[in-house]
Design a protein around this ligand. Structure first.
Ligand code: FAD
Length: 457
């Protein structure tokens, strides 16, 4: 066998990459290809923060390939047409790629298969490399997917994981296959100023540091908003600069309650992926259809704008929303509070919030984002769909000294201690400071509206 093409998609790494390994074993030369797919860039997924992170990832992948004697080929256009074109230019016999469960990826695979067959090129689709356990690999007897996390996690935990593959030593790429210039961050408008750096080198460094000095305290500290004591590996998992299989192996090897709690959280990622694989429509429609009232409810208004901008008058919600804008990332507890506030207290369609998150999150991911939004909105897999998080009590619990709020809401930086969570109590008739908005809504009014709506269902 002579030449293979490896199509990189959400797996922008050299370590633990089964399609690359298989191509290198079976061929003399390999074309590592990334296509800036028109269908994705045109569909609202290509937002500045993720494009910037992607540019970092592609540059790092190219650098890693060059260290091994190769290079990355980057093209833009229709992914199927570009793969066929590159296969023809390289005179390739095979194309390798990893499976992916999304509806889009399934269509891509079917189109690729037809087009390549017509050209006499074989398509090898490998198991997914974007989750630790493939969607569909574990399923209950009575359904095609698990709708509840705990039993899913039991099966997930008992499933053996494949061995981790090392990075290749050498990659030989044929001459004569043209590439576009690698994308850069330059010229991307609207980037979050404190956006994290992307790339496999960065991701591996972060994972090593996390396992050495972060994960042990994860069980106790993961909800500590000010402590920022989570791994921040989510964008690396999203772009596949880290392998989830390797991550789970290494976390388990680290051992201890912190690592166990961390692995459980990574399993949530696979859980959502298997829900979306079985119910692709859950990306935009309510998962529990009987609660599908949100669609026709509020989708616009000044209070939605205030939420987006972090001006709701509830400091912890505002801090979280401002962190999102500044970093393109938000602490999980912040995401829960922001989502509960929008969908339950303000009673807004979850899709409005999910869209805003996808516009900014560097880890913005259809499965994780849409299904976490649905979970919090009560339209998804939460077995307690009526829970409403109170932003004041939650703030006192998860930001007891108020440090998270003071970090992100400078108007309140001078307010000491937990009093920062209820600034309206600080107002005096002759002293209107601090300069911070009044609450957009009384929590009790929001709760009453939500309960009335629930009764109508
Ligand atoms: P850690 O706490 O270190 O966890 C390790 C990894 O486990 C994460 O990187 C992530 O891959 C996975 N994980 C952790 N919590 C969850 C969870 N609740 N659901 C699924 N996977 C999880 N995560 C995304 O990756 N992309 C999204 O677009 C996204 N949108 C969200 C929207 C809402 C409304 C909510 C409530 C949560 C969302 N999450 C999303 C899940 C979670 O908030 C992030 O994965 C997490 O905050 C990332 O930070 P970390 O890497 O430090 O997480």
């Amino acid at each position: 066998m002579n030449v293979s093409v490896v199509l990189f998609t959400s797996d922008l790494r050299l370590h633990d990459h089964p399609p690359l390994r298989a191509a290198l074993q079976g061929s003399r030369q390999v074309v590592p290809l990334f296509v800036r797919d028109r269908a994705v860039t045109g569909a609202g997924f290509a937002v500045p923060n993720r494009l910037a992170f992607l540019a970092d990832c592609l540059r790092d992948l190219d650098a890693g390939l060059r260290e091994r004697g190769g290079r990355l080929v980057v093209r833009s256009g229709d992914v199927v047409e570009e793969v066929c074109r590159v296969a023809a230019e390289a005179d390739a016999d095979e194309v390798h790629l990893a499976a992916d469960a999304s509806a889009y990826a399934q269509r891509r695979e079917a189109r690729l298969r037809r087009a390549l067959e017509a050209e006499g090129v074989r398509l090898h689709v490998h198991d997914t490399v974007t989750s630790a356990v493939d969607p569909g690999a574990v399923a209950p007897a009575s359904s095609d997917h698990f709708a509840v996390f705990t039993p899913y996690f039991g099966h997930w935990s008992r499933r053996g994981l494949r061995e981790v593959l090392g990075a290749p030593r050498k990659v030989a790429v044929p001459d004569g296959v043209g590439s576009e210039d690698l994308p850069t961050r330059r010229g991307l408008a609207g980037l979050s100023p404190d956006l994290a750096a992307g790339g496999e080198t960065e991701g591996r460094g972060r994972l090593t540091a996390w396992l050495r000095s972060g994960v042990a305290a994860y069980e106790d500290r993961h909800d500590d908003l000010a402590g920022d004591a989570t791994s921040r590996l989510s964008p690396h998992l999203h772009f596949g600069t880290l392998s989830p299989v390797e991550l789970v192996h290494r976390a388990r090897a680290a051992g201890g309650p912190g690592a166990e709690a961390f692995v459980r959280q990574v399993a949530w990622r696979d859980f959502h992926r298997q829900v979306l694989a079985a119910r692709p429509e859950a990306a935009s429609a309510d998962y529990r259809t009987k609660h599908d009232r949100w669609r026709t409810e509020r989708t616009a208004g000044e209070d939605i704008e205030a939420w987006r901008e972090g001006r709701t008058g509830y400091p912890v919600v505002d801090a979280a929303m401002r962190q999102l804008r500044r970093e393109g990332w938000m602490h999980n507890r912040g995401r829960l509070l922001a989502a509960s506030f929008l969908t339950k207290t303000l009673y807004v369609d979850w899709r409005v919030g999910a869209r805003h998150f996808l516009d900014l999150l560097v880890d913005g991911d259809v499965a994780n984002n849409q299904l976490n939004w649905q979970w919090m909105a009560g339209t998804g897999t939460d077995s307690r769909p009526n829970r409403v998080l109170n932003p004041v009590t939650q703030a006192k619990r998860y930001d007891p000294e108020g440090a998270y709020v003071r970090r992100w809401v400078p108007e309140l930086a001078e307010v000491a201690g937990p009093a920062v969570h209820e600034p309206w109590k600080l107002r005096k008739p002759d002293d209107p400071a601090p300069d911070y908005p009044d609450p957009l809504i009384e929590l009790s009014d929001g709760l009453a509206r939500f309960r009335r709506a629930r009764e109508r269902d």
